[in-house]
Design a protein around this ligand. Structure first.
Ligand SMILES: Nc1ncnc2c1ncn2[C@@H]1O[C@H](COP(=O)(O)OP(=O)(O)OP(=O)(O)O)[C@@H](O)[C@H]1O
Ligand SMILES: [Mg+2]
Length: 335
């Protein structure tokens, strides 16, 4: 059990590297964060910034070539130190994951209901009949219409959005304390995206689970998260409460991400405006700030010295930027 006020998950100094023929790819570098019981932490950043690798390392679903260090205390145990059997007991039980593409996570040769009830049976001492009843109840909870009939259908008989609902049903089947959702709506079209986000909101209300919501889309985060954590080139670049990030970001990279949120009702194009330039190689990091070549605010110092993740005010808001305290108010920079 958690002590009152204790974090549900506390990650400290997480490093994940991949040995490749070209050298060590540093996919996650010195990442520390916490998730409190019941809260939603959004993890955002461009492609390749280390979001998924962070989540997979916590779940021990990373490839064997990974070199990992750090600690990840969950409910009093260090996930990174758990053996395979203990980790299997955690996975799908107290921590569950929802992936981007439910088709890869669902097995095409078994019915959706069979797969969810197997998940129920794996962690509970109940009869098959009770597991099936629970399955129908779960499908109903995530808004699958006619859940009793739908349970007997195969994944290909479900639409993309319905499959993602089924995945969410499976993920919450054992009342997890933490739900890790990695780009849960990226593969879906915009209206279905909104529905699936709504389902996630509903199930969180129902189960009280905390959530780590991984997305490259800051636009999705606004109504859905309590805190935001921005990653760039394997590192944390900024972390804070949602308002601190959206209205008082102290980091040029976050600001660039905010500037690239598509604004459907403005004259700006609906397509995602990408940040000019590319993220750096993770093979041989240069000594300065990895965002320096793309940064509109860069100064001499940024070439030589990696900024530390500095506390802005209070313990909630941190930014990795030499100019964190000096940046103009965000309202003057963004439309
Ligand atoms: N098995 C692997 N071997 C070598 N490098 C890897 C491996 N898995 C991931 N990487 C590298 O680690 C970095 C971080 O990858 P990760 O999948 O975490 O990115 P991400 O932030 O989730 O991006 P996306 O938004 O595209 O999902 C990338 O540069 C990726 O190429
Ligand atoms: Mg990813």
């Amino acid at each position: 059990m958690n002590a009152p006020g204790a974090a549900l998950l506390e990650v400290d100094g997480l490093n994940v590297g991949f040995k490749t023929s070209d050298g060590l790819v540093r996919a996650v570098t010195d990442v520390s964060f916490r998730i409190d019981p019941g809260e939603v932490l959004a993890v955002v950043g461009e492609s390749g910034s280390g979001k998924s690798v962070t989540a997979l390392a916590l779940m021990k679903l990373h490839p064997r070539s990974a070199v990992i260090s750090g600690t990840a205390m969950f409910d009093g145990v260090d996930l990174l130190a758990l053996g395979d059997a203990d980790m299997r007991a955690v996975r799908g039980n107290s921590i569950a994951m929802v992936f981007q593409d439910p088709m890869t996570a669902l097995n095409p040769v078994f019915t959706v209901g069979f797969q969810i009830s197997e998940a129920v049976l794996a962690h509970n001492d109940v009869t098959k009949k009770a597991a099936w009843a629970r399955t129908v109840e779960l499908l109903d909870l995530v808004g699958v219409p006619e859940p009793r009939q739908r349970a007997s259908q195969y994944p290909h008989e479900f639409s993309g959005g319905m499959r993602q609902r089924a995945m969410i049903a499976m993920a919450i089947s054992n009342d997890p304390k933490l739900l890790i959702a990695d780009e849960p709506t990226t593969a879906l079209d915009v209206t279905v995206q909104a529905q699936v986000m709504e389902v996630l909101r509903e199930v969180r209300k129902e189960t009280g689970a905390a959530m780590m919501l991984i997305t490259h889309d800051l636009g999705l985060v606004a109504g859905a998260a309590d805190r935001v954590q921005v990653m760039y080139a394997s590192r944390l670049f900024e972390a804070g409460a949602i308002d601190d990030i959206f209205y008082d970001s102290r980091n040029p990279y976050t600001r660039a991400l905010l500037g690239s949120i598509p604004q459907v009702d403005s004259e700006r194009t609906e397509r995602l405006l990408a940040i000019p330039g590319n993220p750096p190689s993770l093979l041989n990091p240069s000594p300065g700030c990895p965002f320096m070549p793309r940064c509109s605010e860069r100064v001499e110092r940024c070439t030589e010295e990696l900024p530390t993740l500095l506390e802005i005010r209070g313990r909630e808001h941190r930014s990795r930027c030499h100019l964190a305290q000096e940046l103009a108010p965000i309202s003057e920079v963004l439309p």
